[in-house]
Design a protein around this ligand. Sequence first.
Ligand code: HEC
Length: 104
Amino acid sequence: MFKITLFIISTIIATANLQADTQIDFTTDLIIDKGLSDVKENCTVCHTGRFIVVNGGDQKFWKAKTKTMQSAYGLWDLDETAETNIVNYLSKNYSKKVNVSLDD
Ligand code: HEC
């Protein structure tokens, strides 16, 4: 019985921690993590965060998307740190497509 109680308590704590770990930024709807400020400065100026995260992929994917933004849509040159932060942030937090509505 003690073991079961312990298991339940640790599950609750683990779940609470998980929720505390993923906090959502109020202005962009994106997960708060290292690199978000670079995303805000360079990506969500033209379109919403949701528009970005209906896509998802690894570092190679996000690097390619960033290049597309530059060659086709007028994203300026990024310094290396900003680009690394953005690519790391997106591949870590948005490696899979997120099913969000673009309407609200
Ligand atoms: C100068 C404006 C501008 C900036 C800055 C910008 N984008 Fe975009 N982005 C656009 C436009 C315009 C579209 C819409 C293209 C369309 O209608 O298909 C778009 C679409 C997208 C899409 C969805 C379409 C696709 O090709 O998959 C993704 C993902 C995306 N942007 C990622 C980014 C990321 C990541 C950054 C920051 C590194 C960024 N964008 C910065 C203008 C911009």
